[in-house]
Design a protein around this ligand. Sequence first.
Ligand SMILES: [Zn+2]
Length: 157
Amino acid sequence: MRFVADIMLGKLAKWLRVLGFDTLYCSFNPISPIVPMAQRGRIPLTRQKKLISLLEGGVFVQYNNVGDQLDQLKKALPLETCHARCFSRCIRCNVILMDVSEEAAQDNVPEYVFYKDMKSIRFCPGCGRYFWPGTHKIRMEKQLNLWGFKECAPKPD
Ligand SMILES: [Zn+2]
């Protein structure tokens, strides 16, 4: 399931990426580039009611709060999430994160991260950033849990 979110849905786009969904984020004005995207299977998400009749299969997002927005999508679509897909995509670029070689990791992440958890380090080929589990990720997992995405929480040891 892939999405294109309008300019008013930046937070929703970010959280859909956290959940692992391929989500483009762009202005629907002018609307013309969005129509072919929708025809190629991207579900348009918009806060602009006047556009929804122009967007086949589009979802008019009713709420301002991102938790409510995700809840609406869960009810409107077969939004299938799984543990493996959560945190697999760059939040900024929408690109799938890659494993890194030991050498690249050693050169690009703090030493304590490298020695603690080398296998969990990921790299974004889009923006060149390195990612590893930390407090930011724990906060996001807690938030997803609150929203009912229990599958994104770490597996119990
Ligand atoms: Zn990136």
